[in-house]
Design a protein around this ligand. Structure first.
Ligand code: HEC
Length: 174
């Protein structure tokens, strides 16, 4: 089983090279003084350090900047593939496809999201549209309850809301 260690070593070396790459580049241009290059080597490339949210979270609180910052990262990771990087949704989002499924709607002001109170948006995100609507309704909007905890769901919603104008934020039903 000794042979097995070689590929692992090569992989580790490759990861270290990847991790070192950008810092080497930066170092050759504008010198990045005071930075310890050894720190970067320990970072796993796939790891994302999420912003911390301190204190209790009071729903999709747009004034909580930590919550909104966390939500922006989670939105990119979990929602943008369907709802769009700019919250623009999919084209022709009001028209069902041949299987009867609706495309992902925008989450910006041109969409429908702001017509729902926070609690409904939370439920839809947590359990998915099929469970939310019931009666055998079929939808590609899955529930994220096993991937995101409640604070993370509120964070995504706070981020979405933070992209709305004051007028739309006020117009959203409570
Ligand atoms: C796989 C694609 C996909 C992903 C990923 C996705 N959604 Fe959706 N979402 C949809 C679709 C499709 C709908 C429309 C469902 C329907 O009405 O049948 C929808 C609808 C919604 C609605 C209801 C909007 C309204 O106006 O009624 C909310 C809220 C929502 N999504 C939030 C989210 C959030 C938050 C995330 C990320 C955590 C997310 N979605 C990720 C596809 C997706």
């Amino acid at each position: 089983m000794k042979r097995g260690t070689l590929p692992v070593l090569i992989l580790t070396a490759a990861l270290i090279l990847v991790a070192c790459g950008p810092s080497g580049g930066a170092g050759s241009g504008q010198a990045s003084q005071g930075e310890d290059p050894a720190v970067e080597v320990t970072v796993t490339p796939t790891e994302v350090s999420l912003p911390q949210v301190e204190g209790p979270v009071d729903g999709a609180d747009v004034s909580n900047t930590q919550l909104v910052a966390l939500g922006e990262i989670l939105y990119e990771q979990y929602c943008a593939s369907c709802h769009g990087a700019e919250l623009e949704g999919e084209p022709n989002w009001k028209i069902r496809d041949e299987s009867g499924f609706l495309p992902a709607p925008p989450h910006d002001e041109t969409g429908h999201t702001w017509h729902h109170p926070d609690e409904q948006l939370f439920e839809i995100t947590k359990i998915g549209t099929e469970a939310f609507v019931g009666r055998g309704y079929r939808s590609n909007m899955i529930g994220f309850g096993d991937q995101l905890d409640d604070t993370e769901i509120w964070a995504v919603l706070a981020y979405i809301k933070s992209q709305w104008s004051q007028r739309i934020q006020r117009a959203q039903p409570k």
